[in-house]
Design a protein around this ligand. Sequence first.
Ligand code: ZN
Ligand code: ZN
Length: 137
Amino acid sequence: MVTSFTGGCACGAIRYECSAAPIFALNCHCRDCQRATGTAYASVLRVPAKAFRVTKGEPRFYTVTADSGNTVSRGFCPECGSPLFSQLSGMADVIGVRAGSLDDPSWHRPAADIFTKSAQPWDYMNPELPKYPGYRR
Ligand SMILES: [Zn+2]
Ligand SMILES: [Zn+2]
């Protein structure tokens, strides 16, 4: 497993690094993730907040109340709009990094599907992963 990694947005204005391995990796099929990604789900790595830092640029944040009832603050690049990471009010010690923003996304291994109750009929899920209808810590 990777113990540190870097990533950033599509235009290069925002860069980040993480000095710890992910705590959990998942695919979230909630409606907020569908809207924010423009597709079926968000693939996310949860990392310790204290190991994560933005090394270049100033992300913008958009805050919504998620299906879980938590407040989610989604960080994105103000130039190119790439979604980068998010923070949940109920999990201040954790940052959810969007897998597609990694410099090397190939090692990402989602371990669960969450909010499958709002998964779309055209969304194909790996049958081998555990499924949770709602939120999962
Ligand atoms: Zn950008
Ligand atoms: Zn979600």
